[in-house]
Design a protein around this ligand. Structure first.
Ligand SMILES: NC(=O)C1=CN([C@@H]2O[C@H](COP(=O)(O)OP(=O)(O)OC[C@H]3O[C@@H](n4cnc5c(N)ncnc54)[C@H](O)[C@@H]3O)[C@@H](O)[C@H]2O)C=CC1
Ligand SMILES: O=C(CO)COP(=O)(O)O
Length: 338
């Protein structure tokens, strides 16, 4: 395929891993960071120690703290900063894009914006020039950065309202160890990616509390039913939740020690205070704010989400986890619904 100019905004674990995939595919890559002190390390040592340890990055991953330089002439721009920073970064991006520039914009962040309840691709659409709105896509799926940079076989999905945009993202990022599917269910893909983080926090807590596979299977299955129900209330295709952005990402996030959400849950299960968990992680734990958004959305849409509600009460109202589990187990009997 033709080689592209790709700008990646955000040099944390995931932005760096995606930049690395793009560089390995022969594209010209600029990795923007707002922390200027990361630049010499990435460009000279070809590492990003804080996020990815000693892993050697492709030498064609070029970091810069200058967003204008990063996005100049870019064919694709990936947004990979935390959800809460996305709006501000998209506003900055808009000031730097040339008026005749028509890059495809890709949301790689998994979250829902507190207060507005917006999906990440919606935030981008609201903040960038109108001419770019038709060219927005999402990349999601079970893909811990740590596995991607060491070339573990990884499958993700690229989606957009316009299949041609999804296929363009697919063609640019696919390679022998990073297989990219395409699709058009943007809503389902973004709800799946955001909401699995909530369930992963619960899974981490179960792990610490010593619960076995029965409890985890129960959490995954009924958690996925909640994710699907809320997604469908916003127009998602329920089948999406059976795929990479649904059960796939739920599985990886709720079982892997690489998951910040799972690890946060483990620490909460051990009794650590939420503010200490956040402080000590040093990386974004999206599920914490997403839990609150999901809880509020469930109330607003009258969607039954008992597990999410319990996790909300643990995180924000000091509920005891064991008491929460007992409450869930004692709920009125009902038919198995999805
Ligand atoms: N780490 C992973 O394996 C994966 C992460 N994701 C998602 O990607 C998103 C980013 O995650 P990570 O890279 O892991 O997070 P991270 O915490 O490793 O990195 C976030 C990056 O954003 C930067 N940043 C923070 N606040 C900023 C601001 N106000 N303005 C500009 N830059 C800012 C940080 O300096 C850092 O470079 C999250 O939504 C996460 O759910 C998705 C798939 C895999
Ligand atoms: O989305 C992810 C893997 O697909 C990353 O999950 P964490 O943010 O919990 O590390």
């Amino acid at each position: 395929m033709n080689k592209s100019k790709i700008a990646v905004l955000g040099a944390g674990s995931w932005g760096t891993a995606l930049a690395n995939v793009a560089a390995e595919n022969g594209h010209t890559v600029r990795l923007w960071t707002y922390k200027a002190d990361q630049v010499p390390e990435i460009n000279e040592q070809h590492t990003n120690q804080h996020y990815l340890g000693a892993v050697q990055l492709n030498a064609n991953v070029v970091a810069t703290a200058d967003m204008a330089a990063a996005v100049e002439g870019a064919d694709l721009v990936l947004s990979v900063v935390p959800t809460k920073a996305t709006r501000q970064v998209a506003q900055q991006l808009s000031t730097y894009l040339q008026t005749d520039q028509q890059p495809v914009l890709v949301a790689a962040t998994k979250g829902l914006e507190p207060g507005t309840f917006k999906r990440v691709s919606q935030i981008l659409a609201e903040e960038v020039p109108e001419t770019l709105r038709a060219g927005i896509g999402v990349i999601s799926g079970p893909s811990h950065a740590e596995g991607v940079v060491k070339h573990d076989p990884t499958l993700v999905t690229a989606v957009s309202d316009d299949l041609a945009v999804a296929e363009l993202i697919q063609a640019n990022f696919n390679n022998q160890t990073f297989r990219v599917y395409s699709g058009t269910d943007v809503i389902g893909t973004e709800f799946g990616g955001a909401l699995k983080n909530v369930i992963a926090i619960g899974a981490g807590a179960l792990e610490t509390l010593g619960y076995d596979a029965n409890a985890k299977a129960a959490l995954f299955t009924r958690g996925l039913a909640e994710i699907s129900r809320l997604g469908q209330a916003f127009g998602a295709n329920p089948i999406t939740f059976m795929g990479l952005a649904g059960v796939g990402d739920l599985f990886v996030t709720a079982t892997s020690i690489h998951s910040r959400n799972f690890r946060a849950g483990e620490q909460l299960g051990a009794g650590k205070a939420l503010n200490e968990v956040i402080e000590d992680m040093g990386m974004v734990i999206e599920g914490i704010s997403t839990t609150k958004v999901a809880y509020e959305l469930a109330q607003q849409k009258h969607v039954e989400m008992p597990i999410t509600t319990m996790i909300y009460q643990v995180l924000y109202q000091g509920k005891d986890i064991q008491a929460g589990i007992q409450e869930l187990m004692g709920r009125p009997l009902q038919k198995e619904g999805f």
